[in-house]
Design a protein. Structure first.
Lengths: 365, 212
């Protein structure tokens, strides 16, 4: 496995050929074509991460199931194009290549002081888990916490324009903000939010009863960070139309998220809470969820972690909580082995057969 | 919709307020401090020699977005990373205009020159983010390092080590620690080596001190 690979400007087209959402990359390629040689492409840097998991499920059922999963082999392409333009993309090969997707692909511009303008397909800056913490090398417990799946559909990405900025208040504090507009979630009236992510293509538009139109979704995150004190927190919002009912009423989904993080010496504490309200003909849906995670390095290479997460769906039968215990073994700066035990509890009764143990090996390359 | 419009208006006003805030130059924190703390908030620290300077230029574009750095912070981090970057034989140099960071001067030279004669200031600027203010290996960025930063207060660390060894580590880097040879003058390296050893309370034998 190579540590890094360079693809010069003339070779950039070899990396493309994927699907919609390549606006940023195409834009960058176009720039490299039309700009004079003096400002030609500087090349792409290819990095990425990969992980393999052994999942032992249905503990306590007397019929344990062991499955293997090459969960991710994701290539991250990052390129400085010219002047203040740059491109970034993540090509995702999941589950042994059974699922291939473009996690993000955007063209960025950093010509304004402390401001980045991004156009293309990007992970929405909604909370911290979606944008920053869900990649496996960063996620201390394999899998998504409850609430980061059926309330926030991590990985939550879309196409549009994103303006991001940071303002230093003093040497140690900064105010950060993200505002964006995107096509928006699209799907069935009252549909599961994970299905609403599939908003690209005619099929999705037919299901929603409406295509993407001028009624764009928008949102943002505002945060305050004290990185040298290990503290940051933020508030995020999202609003957008996701369907039109049979009676012609626009159906919207609105979400608010609060996130916070504290790190001190070998200890880290992170948490996030999200609340969503979704219009639906059969009755509006209200959902909430969240997670709280604490981790501590007991030695330079061993980091136990505990994570509590919950989701309150509209209807108690779907409510659930999960307690997960794990240990990360940091083999090197680029390789981690994680072992985690997850204990799930649902309102319909305590179930032992969906508890499980996940062993994960992941690398950054 | 009224609520939504109000929310949108509030978001817009907040964004405008943020844009209107006076921008702090943020030149007092060194690139190594910002690198260690900002990168370590999400992932294990990757040492500067993991990638070439050209790679870092590309990587830092996206990482500036991910870490939400100001331009001054980005420039300081990139200047630091490029100085410790992996050397690539016959690697083509970037052509044409490059980002501001690529042309950034060495790591805050003014601050370093002023620190001459005061190794404690140099230590605070370059070492404390990882090794901690007292050198115990417990700086704010220590959580993101593997292996962890050394505890300078441990006398066993210095057993069999000369000040010349310490000076060489500072100059050339060791394990995860980047090289600071390009950012420090020889007398600053000598002062810093003595200061770092002094944190353990174990003085170096005279014969082992770096020759003047």
């Amino acid at each position: 496995m190579r540590a890094t690979t360079h693809l010069e400007g003339g070779e950039m087209s070899k990396t493309t050929g994927s699907r919609a959402g390549l606006l940023g990359l195409f834009g960058a390629l176009a720039l490299t074509t039309i700009l004079p040689m003096g400002t030609a492409a500087q090349g792409l840097t290819v990095t990425g991460y990969a992980d393999f998991e052994a999942n032992l499920k249905k503990l306590g059922s007397g019929n344990n199931e062991l499955t293997y999963d090459t969960h991710h082999f994701n290539l991250i392409l990052e390129g400085y194009v010219a002047d203040d333009f740059f491109v970034s993309s993540e090509i995702e090969y999941e589950h042994g290549g059974d699922e291939t997707a473009m996690e993000y692909a955007y063209l960025g511009y950093s010509g304004f002081k402390d401001i980045r303008i991004i156009a293309g397909k990007f992970l929405l800056p909604f909370g911290r888990f979606n944008l920053d913490l869900h990649p496996t090398p960063l996620n201390k417990i394999p899998g998504r916490p409850l609430g980061m799946s059926h309330v926030v559909p991590v990985g939550f990405n879309d196409q549009g324009v994103w303006i991001q900025g940071a303002k230093a208040i003093n040497d140690d504090a900064r105010f950060v903000f993200d505002v964006y507009t995107v096509d928006g979630l699209l799907g069935e009236d009252g549909g599961d939010i994970r299905d609403l992510r599939d908003n690209i293509g005619d099929g999705a538009e037919e299901i929603a009863g409406v295509g993407h139109d001028n009624d764009k979704a928008f949102g943002g995150r505002f945060g305050f960070e004290l990185p040298f004190q290990g503290l940051d927190f933020g508030v995020s919002g999202y609003t957008g139309k996701y369907a039109v009912s049979e009676s012609g009423k626009n159906l919207r989904i609105n979400m608010v998220d609060l996130d916070a993080q504290y790190m001190k010496n070998d200890f880290s504490l992170r948490g996030e809470y999200v609340h969503a309200s979704q219009d639906a003909t059969g009755g509006d849906l209200t959902k909430s969820g969240g997670w709280l995670q604490a981790a501590y390095f007991v030695s330079p290479k061993v980091e136990p972690v505990i994570r509590y997460s919950f989701v309150n769906m509209d209807g108690k039968e779907s409510d659930a909580t999960r307690l997960a215990f794990g240990v990360s073994f940091h083999m090197s700066a680029a390789a981690i082995v994680r072992v985690a035990y997850m204990r799930n509890m649902e309102e319909t009764g305590f179930k032992t057969d969906n508890d499980g143990i996940v062993t994960q090996f992941n690398v950054i390359f | 919709m009224n609520t939504l419009k109000k929310s949108g208006l509030a978001a817009g006003l907040l964004a405008m307020a943020a844009l209107a805030l006076p921008s702090h130059a943020s030149a007092q924190r060194s690139g190594v401090e910002i690198w260690a703390v900002s990168c370590g908030r999400c992932h294990t620290i990757q040492p500067p020699n993991r990638y070439s300077a050209k790679d870092w230029i590309s990587i830092m574009q996206h990482m500036t977005v991910a870490a939400r750095l100001t331009d001054a912070q980005r420039d300081a981090v990139l200047a630091f990373l490029k100085q410790g970057a992996r050397k690539v034989a016959s690697a083509p140099q970037p052509q044409g205009p490059v980002p501001t960071a690529a042309a950034a001067p060495p790591l805050h030279p003014a601050a370093l020159v002023q620190s001459s004669g005061d190794p404690e200031k140099t230590f605070e600027s370059l070492c404390a983010a990882c090794h901690g203010p007292k050198g115990k290996g417990d700086g704010p960025a220590a959580i993101a390092f593997n292996p962890k930063p050394a505890d300078f207060t441990n006398p066993e660390l210095w057993a069999g080590r000369t000040d010349a060894d310490i000076g060489k580590w500072i100059t050339e880097g060791v394990r995860m620690m980047p090289a600071f040879g390009q950012q420090l003058k020889p007398d600053q390296i000598k002062e810093l080596a003595s200061y770092v050893r002094s944190l353990s309370g174990v003085p170096a034998p005279k014969a082992e001190k770096i020759a003047s």
